[in-house]
Design a protein around this ligand. Structure first.
Ligand code: G3H
Ligand code: 13P
Ligand code: ZN
Length: 326
């Protein structure tokens, strides 16, 4: 066995979700691949006292190296201790985003993850159940929490892509959660990955009615929303006026996410908005200061912009600010 997340100062998501469901807010799940993103997440969440889920995708693991990421997560715990003072640490979960195999989930558990997602949503229903249950059965010994997914989001998830949504069928959720034993369930209600969630002219609404039906079938069970970036238009505009070409980028309205956060939705995944914030800041420096070539001079402003974005999400969208030590 490798390292146990508890020895790194990390927590699993069980307690976090219990509090989030009863408190009517959602815990942010922010993806990271590099140091600046991690700094921004920890600084923002410490400042507003929000619990946080650090998400690492399979692609991120390949990009940044699994060993380095494990030490970065450990470093994040210690960094939070330094920022918060008084020997306090932020509740931080380290989560595998969109795990696509039993082996990947097992390896992440061995590398100190406190939570894993096994995403069998593209598989036939019974196969999804069997794979998810296999991961749940394995993780129990280590007290690592597991997220499963039912329904298919449109867009791209690592190497898996779908043209259109298959909404989660409320009739399936009792059967799926009972048979698999998952700790939380990602559902498909019209959110999608990336910066192009709706076509121009489409009504950019998610199906809160399906969410309500699902909640009625499994009251209080932790629900997860993927693909929840809002694609802020001011960021899109900065990118496009500084050499970028993002045409018709549209996200999920923050008002709808705020509404969802008050329900049993207790984890909201945001990655693309962070990418936009960083890209906007970097493009601006490149255009305004073309002689600059010290990476700190453009990655620093990108990190600051990212931090502000995350604080805004915690305070105004997810409602998680102030909940870290409640
Ligand atoms: O859902 C996907 C996340 O945004 C991670 O994206 O696979 O490009 O790292 P990635
Ligand atoms: P966005 O692409 O909407 O940020 O979604 C991220 C996500 O769901 C990660 O799993
Ligand atoms: Zn996702």
């Amino acid at each position: 066995m490798g390292v146990c997340y508890k020895d790194l100062g990390l927590v699993n998501t069980r307690e976090m979700f219990k509090k989030a469901v009863s408190g009517g807010y959602a815990v942010p799940a922010y993806n990271f691949n590099n140091m600046e993103q991690l700094q921004a997440i920890i600084q923002a969440c410490c400042e507003v006292e929000s619990p946080v889920i650090l998400q690492i995708s399979k692609g991120a693991r390949q990009y940044a190296n699994q060993t380095l990421l494990r030490y970065m997560a450990q470093g994040a715990v210690e960094y939070s201790r330094e920022i918060l003072g008084g020997n306090k640490i932020l509740p931080i979960a380290l989560h595998l985003d969109h795990g696509d195999s039993f082996e990947l989930c097992k390896s992440c558990v061995e590398y100190g993850f406190s939570s894993v997602m096994i995403d069998g949503s593209s598989k036939p229903y019974e196969e999804n159940i069997a794979l998810t249950k296999q991961v749940v059965d394995y993780t129990r010994e280590f007290d690592v929490t597991v997220e499963g997914e039912l329904g298919v989001l449109a867009g791209v998830e690592d190497e898996v892509s779908a043209e259109s949504h298959t909404y989660t069928e409320p009739d399936d959720v009792v059967d799926f959660t009972t048979k698999t034993g998952v700790d939380s369930l990602a559902i498909s209600i019209g959110t999608s990955h990336g910066a192009y969630k709706f076509k121009p002219g489409q009504n950019p609404r998610i199906r809160l009615d399906i969410l309500k039906e699902i909640e009625e079938r499994i009251p209080g069970f932790p629900i997860v929303l993927h693909g929840s970036s809002s694609v802020p238009q001011d960021l899109v505009q900065i990118i496009n006026t500084h050499g970028g070409q993002l045409k018709d980028a549209i996200g999920i309205g923050e008002d709808q996410l705020r509404e969802a956060s008050k329900s049993a939705v207790c984890k909201i995944n945001i990655d693309s908005d962070g990418r936009l914030a960083m890209t906007a800041a970097i493009r601006k420096v490149f255009v305004e200061k073309p002689a600059e070539f010290d990476p700190r001079k453009y990655l620093g402003p990108a990190r600051d912009a990212l931090k502000e974005l995350y604080k805004h999400k915690c305070i105004n969208v997810l409602g998680s600010a102030g909940k870290a030590f409640e």
